[in-house]
Design a protein around this ligand. Structure first.
Ligand SMILES: [Zn+2]
Length: 113
């Protein structure tokens, strides 16, 4: 017999969960706290933002804590226009060549090939 945690599914309303049914989540990039669980009634995965204190309480009750981070790509600086359908067609044609890799490398930093 363990701790029962009450959570709210957007579809089913209040549901009761055991500590093994939830995961507490902390983002290492933003320190944002959240938790997730699979609803025992409709099986939908529910994720909700919460406060750090709630995560601490959940973890001290035995809920598993997982850290995650935002993808590094979010911090990248991009130059040039976004990829257009014509670029994809050009790239596809380029990739049929045997020397596509050498051509791509010698094309340098984002210039057209
Ligand atoms: Zn549900």
């Amino acid at each position: 017999m363990g701790t029962t945690i009450r959570a709210t599914c957007p579809t089913c309303g209040d549901v009761e969960l055991g500590v093994a049914d939830l995961t507490a989540l902390l983002c290492s990039t933003t320190q944002a706290a959240s938790y997730s669980f699979r609803c025992p009634r409709c099986r939908m995965l529910v994720a909700k933002p919460t406060g750090r204190q709630v995560v601490d309480v959940l973890v001290s009750s035995g809920v598993e804590l997982r850290y995650w981070r935002l993808p590094a790509e979010l911090g990248e600086v991009h130059h040039g226009p976004p990829l257009a359908p014509a670029d994809v067609i050009s790239l596809r044609a380029e990739l049929t060549r045997d020397d596509w890799y050498q051509r791509l490398v010698s094309a340098g930093s984002g210039e057209s090939i």
